[in-house]
Every structure is written in structure tokens, then in C-alpha cells.
Design a protein around this ligand. Structure first.
Ligand code: SF4
Length: 465
């Protein structure tokens, strides 16, 4: 136990793509092993009750994505009203990026990167009565001791995002994090301002212990939440070999960039044989100028090649896009849809991916791109980013239209939604939409909540606070 007054801590996850939050479970393990009383609140599962804040000295909110940050900003008034004496901490990728705004609304401590030592230091000093200004590093990138995440007080896996197989059968998903950060420097990516091209791995035995405990808790599929699973291919291989040895038949998915899929194409058959059902890949665009601006490290042709290799290997590719940027043209948007059709990926693209608008947060490397600042306005706290307007008439309006259409067609098939988007995009160009060729591709396995990192929170998420 801490030597002085006991300190009660609440860790809050506003939203984490519907997954059971690793970023509550891992800090919880650190803090509980140091003797602190820790409660975990996952706002995608429950409201923050008055009782949860009763007697709490530290409220730490995980900001792993834009949506979570927007929700946290709405939440802060409630926390301050119910428990004004509690110290507020925000941690995760979006905490350092939004430092000025978060401090303004009352967060006393902000932690990014490998946050656990900072959280523990903060808890210890608060327990000793030191509620002074932040002394913990804003960004910590030293190698930390990984612990087996403590998931004991999180809601059951069965209540979280599920795997949906072709035909509709659902499987319970365990969410694992084998690394944090990324060795790449894509300009638009929120990982980059914090990790700056570095990544940190968790030991195989710790990752496997987390997998084991989630399988015991009912997981029928493992989803790796690493920013890129092949940043360390040797590490990834050790994990999937251990997974296959310990749990033959268990399936999994991961996020892997196009560049890595091509560079390590020889690994694809082994990934498939070890149960990899699908790979999410941030393709972002098929427009070469946009890909260059993003420094994505791949071309449109690379995307096509990776798609072919994945199909040959028997692994579904689930591409994600940022189709609306300051450089998007109406013609270019239609070309993106044409590429999705040509690669027979209509069933593989979650409709939300076709309406995402580029978010430019504070700290984005896009701000360093020559000429980029002339395309954007001043920082907008309500947006948590820099607003921009597309110079071509009709592009911004098309984005709004496609977004409304995707929301209105929620629950319909991906193909039906794609056909509607196809028609709208051609109408915006003043053209009749050509008939779509019938697809030979089958539905692919997917999560019940699509992967993205920069959407606005829904009204339901905000009113559930
Ligand atoms: S977009 Fe993906 S590959 Fe690029 S820096 Fe971010 S996590 Fe890494």
C-alpha cells in the first residue's frame, strides 16, 4: 500500500472502438500492484455514476482517439461538479496534442506515450498530499516493464465489439496490444506527434498471458490493436507462433500497412496458416499527390499489388481511407470508388471509410508540409483541429451528403450502400453512374464496430454521459 493516505483512482475510457480497453487494464495492473484502489469505467458500456466518483482523488481519462477526446471534453464538467477536489489527468495519444485546451478545462496532468510510470508517480505524490503542477514527463518513451493487463473489473468481452463472419455468425473478441507507437512518420497520423517514429513492444510472455486470460474469459478471436503489427516482424512472428501452439484454431486480425504487406509478402502464407482472418490497412487514398503529402510510403499501384497478394494468401484485406482532404477532387473521389470496384473490394470497405474527412490536430506533421498552412484556418477548439475547406465547389457538400447517406443506410449491406455512394458521386460530377459490375468477392469477416480514428462522437455517445 502507499505509505501515506489511501488514494482512490478512477480510470475512464470514453471510447475505444467498442473494444474492452487495454488502456484501462494495463495502467490498472500497474496501479493496483502498487497498492492503489482502482476502479475502471468504460463509457461505451456504462454511465459514470456519482458513486464511482465517491471519495476519488484521481480521475484519469484515456484519450486514445479524437472521438474519445471530444467525449472527454463533455465529461469534464460532470466530473468537476461531482468531485471538484479530484485531480484530473488525461493520458494517451491525444493528451499531449491537445495540452493547452485540456489544461484550460481543468486537466492538471497530461501523459503521452508509455504512460504507466507517470500515472504511478502522480498517484504516489497525490497520496502524499502533493497536488502541485505536473512533474511527470508530458511524453514518456523509455522502455517500461510490461505487466499482464488487469481486466478483472472490466465488463465481459461478450458485451464488446464482436467479430462478424460472412453469413452473420458472431464471435467474442479479445483485444490485445503487442506494441505501442510506430516506426513510420506518416504526416496525418496521430501516433507520430507522440512517438516520433519509435515503437515499443511488450514481451511475448506478457502478451500471451493476456491472450490466455481473454480466451479463458470467452474470447473466440484475437484482435491485435497495435498501430502496425509488422513494425517488428520478428516479434509479431514469435507471438503468432506462440498463439498457434497454445491455441490451435484460434483466429486473429491486425493492422498492417501496405508497405509492410509488400516488403514482408513471404510472411503472408504463415500469417494465413496461423489463423489471420483479415488485415486492416490504412490505404487512405489512391491519389498519388495525396499519398505523397501524407508520406504514406505506398502508391495506388502498391495498394493493388498488396490486395492481390492478400487474396492469393487467403487473407481478407480491409482497407481504410481518408477520402476527403483539401486535395480531393470530385473526379478523384470517383476514381477512388472505381479503384475499390476494380480490386473487387466493395464488400471489404466499411461504408464509414468512404466519408471520412481529414482531421488536422495540433502537432500534425501536415502542418510542416510546405504550403499546407495556406489551406487551413486557425486552430478551432470545438473541432480539436484546424478547419479547412476544399477549393473545388461541391466536394465539401458531397462529403456531407455521403456522411448522411452512410448514417441513413446503417444496417444495410455494404454493396447497397456503395451503390448509393457511387450514384451520388457521379451525380456530383454531373454524370450518370455506370452500372456496377457484379462482384465475385464474398463478404469478409469484420468487426461489429468499424475501425477509424477521427470521427465525431455521435449524439448517443454524448448523451450517455
Ligand atoms: S499511419 Fe500507420 S504506418 Fe503511418 S505512422 Fe501511423 S501507425 Fe504508423
Amino acid at each position: 500500500m502507499p505509505s501515506s493516505a489511501p488514494l482512490k483512482i478512477v480510470l475512464i475510457s470514453p471510447y475505444d472502438l467498442g473494444r474492452q480497453p487495454f488502456e484501462l487494464a494495463h495502467p490498472a495492473a500497474w496501479l493496483r500492484q502498487a497498492g492503489f484502489e482502482v476502479a475502471c469505467v468504460d463509457l461505451s458500456q456504462e454511465r459514470l455514476s456519482d458513486e464511482a466518483l465517491d471519495g476519488v482523488g484521481l480521475v484519469a481519462v484515456h484519450l486514445g482517439m479524437h472521438t474519445a477526446t471530444r467525449i472527454a471534453l463533455e465529461l469534464v464538467a460532470k466530473v468537476r461538479a461531482l468531485r471538484p477536489q479530484a485531480h484530473l489527468c488525461a493520458y494517451g495519444l491525444y493528451a499531449p496534442m491537445n495540452a493547452a485546451l485540456l489544461r484550460e478545462v481543468g486537466f492538471g496532468t497530461l501523459l503521452g506515450g508509455e504512460v504507466e510510470p507517470g500515472l504511478l508517480h502522480l498517484a504516489r505524490r497525490l497520496a502524499e498530499g502533493d497536488d502541485g503542477p505536473q512533474r511527470e514527463p508530458l511524453i514518456e518513451l523509455s522502455r517500461i516493464e510490461h505487466r499482464v493487463p488487469d481486466r478483472s473489473t472490466l465488463k465481459p468481452l461478450s458485451r464488446h465489439a464482436a467479430l462478424i463472419l460472412p453469413g452473420g455468425a458472431r464471435k467474442v473478441v479479445g483485444h490485445v496490444q503487442a506494441s505501442r507507437g510506430c516506426k513510420h512518420l506518416c504526416r496525418h497520423c496521430p501516433v507520430v506527434p507522440v512517438y516520433g517514429g519509435r515503437f515499443r513492444i511488450a514481451p511475448v510472455d506478457v502478451v500471451m498471458a493476456d491472450i490466455d486470460q481473454q480466451i479463458q474469459a470467452g474470447a473466440e478471436h484475437i484482435s491485435f490493436g497495435d498501430p502496425d503489427f509488422l513494425n517488428g516482424p520478428g516479434h509479431a512472428l514469435r507471438i503468432i507462433r506462440a498463439l498457434r501452439a497454445a491455441h490451435p484454431g484460434m483466429t486473429w486480425d491486425a493492422v498492417i500497412k501496405i508497405e509492410h504487406l509488400l516488403e514482408r509478402a513471404e510472411l503472408l502464407p504463415e500469417l494465413a496458416a496461423s489463423g489471420c482472418l483479415f488485415v486492416t490497412s490504412a490505404v487512405e487514398s489512391v491519389d498519388e499527390a495525396t499519398l505523397l503529402a501524407f508520406e504514406k510510403g505506398h502508391t495506388g499501384a502498391d495498394f493493388a499489388r498488396a490486395s492481390r497478394l492478400m487474396r492469393e494468401a487467403g487473407i481478407a484485406l480491409s482497407p481504410t481511407f481518408v477520402p476527403f482532404t483539401p486535395w480531393t477532387t470530385l473526379r478523384g473521389y470517383v476514381e477512388l470508388l472505381e479503384a475499390v470496384c476494380a480490386l473487387d473490394l466493395v464488400e471489404a470497405v466499411a461504408p464509414v471509410q468512404l466519408c471520412i474527412r481529414l482531421l488536422v490536430p495540433e502537432g500534425s506533421r501536415l502542418l510542416d508540409l510546405e504550403g499546407f498552412r495556406s489551406l487551413i484556418g486557425g486552430f478551432d477548439p470545438a473541432l480539436l483541429g484546424y478547419p479547412w475547406r476544399n477549393p473545388e465547389p461541391g466536394v465539401d457538400a458531397l462529403q456531407v451528403e455521403i456522411q448522411s447517406l452512410v448514417e441513413a443506410m446503417e444496417g444495410e449491406s455494404r454493396r447497397a450502400t456503395f451503390e448509393a455512394i457511387w450514384a451520388r458521386a457521379h451525380a456530383a460530377l454531373g454524370q450518370a453512374a455506370p452500372l456496377l459490375a457484379p462482384s465475385s468477392a464474398e463478404e469478409i469477416p469484420r468487426m461489429s464496430e468499424p475501425w477509424y480514428c477521427c470521427a465525431e462522437p455521435t449524439q448517443a455517445q454524448l448523451t450517455a454521459l
